[in-house]
Design a protein around this ligand. Structure first.
Ligand SMILES: Nc1ncnc2c1ncn2[C@@H]1O[C@H](COP(=O)(O)OP(=O)(O)OP(=O)(O)O)[C@@H](O)[C@H]1O
Ligand SMILES: [Mg+2]
Length: 244
């Protein structure tokens, strides 16, 4: 079953053509990734699934239904962590529960459970400026997970992190996803990150963004970035991006 679909989507902002005839399908429970050069329209495409942007032409579907507005079942994690600096970590994570009027007596437990899941137990009363970059990103992920969404839309979540933290976070993300039934759609500039994490990688060309190839990645996890199969898929993606 398809959870997320773009059908012949075009998007223009004024005279600027950003997406051109994009079609893609992500199955339920799948980990999918989109890679492509800066400015090719990746965030725009993701925002459409989040109900934050509408196509100029074509259809955006979630579970077969047209996406017309944001829905707490599809939560986006933004390119830069978007925690409120004046709220503590637990108050930041609780935000979505407040906005959707979830039962008050469950909130604390749900927040604590999810903070434990992302390794932030004990940091409930800290403010964002008191956390490291990786911890802030974990808090952003916790804030999305607390909604127990069917779909997580991750926009370059580790772009601002150093290489070592990034690798750690990739392993953590796989652990969170395993056995969750969640559908993941991750945007990244990093071909290895896409191949390490995703079952399916959509490769986009520079603006106007088109899907130039779709790579099915069946390498068993945990994946070895130096294995013959991994290197082969990396070369395939680089070729479709015209990188030698
Ligand atoms: N609201 C908007 N109004 C006008 N132009 C926009 C708007 N949002 C995005 N764009 C333009 O659309 C193009 C694609 O932007 P988008 O943010 O989707 O790119 P991206 O692939 O996510 O890039 P990056 O990898 O740098 O994050 C850019 O040229 C941008 O200027
Ligand atoms: Mg972007």
């Amino acid at each position: 079953m398809q959870t997320l679909q773009l059908k012949n989507v075009n998007k223009t902002f004024g005279n600027l053509k950003v997406l051109e005839d994009i079609s893609l399908n992500v199955k339920k429970g799948e980990f999918a990734a989109i890679v492509g050069p800066s400015g090719c329209g990746k965030s725009t495409a993701l925002r459409m699934f989040a109900g934050l942007e509408t196509p100029s032409e074509g259809e955006v579907l979630a579970n077969g239904k047209l996406v017309t507005e944001p829905d707490s079942n599809r939560v986006m994690i933004f390119q830069e962590h978007a925690l409120y600096p004046w709220r503590t970590i637990e108050d930041n994570v609780r935000l979505g529960l407040e906005l959707t009027n979830s039962p008050k007596n469950e909130r604390r437990e749900r927040v604590n459970r999810v903070l434990e899941k992302v390794g932030l137990d004990g940091f409930q009363t800290y403010y964002p400026h008191q956390l490291s970059g990786g911890m802030k990103q974990r808090a952003s992920i916790a804030r999305a997970l607390v909604m127990d969404p069917e779909v997580l839309l991750l926009d370059e979540p580790y772009g601002a992190l150093d290489a070592i933290t990034r690798l750690t976070m990739q392993n953590e993300l796989i652990k969170l996803w395993h056995g969750s039934n969640q559908t993941m759609l991750l945007i990244t500039h990093d071909i290895d990150e896409a191949l390490y994490l995703a079952d399916r990688v959509f490769v986009m060309s520079s603006r106007p963004g088109k899907v130039v190839s779709e790579v099915q990645n069946e390498i068993p996890r945990p994946r070895d970035r130096n294995s013959v199969d991994f290197v082969k898929l990396r070369q395939e993606i680089m070729k479709s991006l015209d990188i030698n």
